[in-house]
Write a protein that binds this ligand. Structure first.
Ligand SMILES: C[S@@+](CC[C@H](N)C(=O)[O-])C[C@H]1O[C@@H](n2cnc3c(N)ncnc32)[C@H](O)[C@@H]1O
Length: 174
C-alpha cells in the first residue's frame, strides 16, 4: 500500500497546498510522493534514520506522536505501520491522530491484522478491520476507502513471513 494508491482509490488528486504529516516516517519513503507533488511535508519519528532529511525536502522532527504539539493542523496525516508501536490504547492512538488534523483532513492509515506474522510479537498492538472501522467512525472519521491485503513477504533475516495488513482512508468530519 502506498499513499499514492490510497489517494487514487478515492479519486483524490494531490494538492500542492496541502500540509502533510508523516507519523513514524522512518527514512521518509512514504513522504516522497507528497514532496514531489509540491506539498509542505513534515515527518516525525522517535528515531532519526537519516542526516539528509532536509535535502530531500522533508521537515523532520525527532519526537513521538504522543508528544508532538504543532501550532497548526494538517490536511493529510499519513500513519503507515506506526500505530501498532505507539504505547497506549487504540482509542487514545486515534485521538492523537485526529488532534493533528484540520476539519476535512484525510487520514491514510495502515496497521497489521490479527493474522499477520508480527501479531504474536510483544509490544505490537493488533486490531481487526471491523474494530478499527468502528473506532474511526466514533472519532468522526468517515471511512472513504478500506482494504485488507494478504501476501507473503521477506523478513530482514531472509525468511518469508505471512503479512495481513489493513488500510483505511478516512476524512475528519465536523
Ligand atoms: C514499521 S516502521 C514504519 C515506517 C514507515 N511509516 C513505513 O511505512 O515504512 C514504524 C516506525 O514508527 C516509529 N515509531 C514507533 N513508535 C513511535 C511513536 N510513538 N511516535 C512516532 N514514531 C514512532 C519507529 O521508530 C519506526 O520508524
Amino acid at each position: 500500500m502506498s499513499p499514492f494508491w490510497m489517494l487514487k482509490a478515492i479519486g483524490q488528486e494531490t494538492k500542492r497546498d496541502w500540509r502533510v504529516l508523516d507519523v513514524g516516517c522512518a527514512e521518509g519513503g512514504r513522504s516522497k510522493w507528497f514532496i514531489s507533488s509540491g506539498c509542505d511535508v513534515t515527518g516525525i519519528d522517535i528515531k532519526s534514520y537519516s542526516n539528509d532529511y532536509s535535502e530531500r525536502g522533508l521537515k523532520f522532527l525527532q519526537t513521538s506522536l504522543e508528544d508532538y504539539r504543532p501550532v497548526q493542523g494538517f490536511n493529510v496525516v499519513v500513519a503507515m505501520y506506526v500505530m501498532p508501536f505507539v504505547r497506549c490504547t487504540w482509542d487514545v492512538r486515534i485521538a492523537h491522530l485526529t488532534r493533528l488534523m484540520e476539519r476535512g483532513a484525510l487520514l491514510l492509515l495502515t496497521v497489521f491484522a490479527p493474522g499477520d506474522g508480527r501479531a504474536t510479537e510483544p509490544n505490537i498492538a493488533i486490531i481487526s478491520e471491523e474494530e478499527l472501522s468502528d473506532l474511526l467512525q466514533r472519532h468522526k472519521l468517515k471511512v472513504r476507502y478500506r482494504c485488507h491485503e494478504e501476501y507473503e513477504g521477506p523478513t530482514r533475516q531472509g525468511n518469508v513471513m505471512f503479512c495481513s495488513v489493513i488500510g483505511f482512508v478516512a476524512e475528519l468530519g465536523a
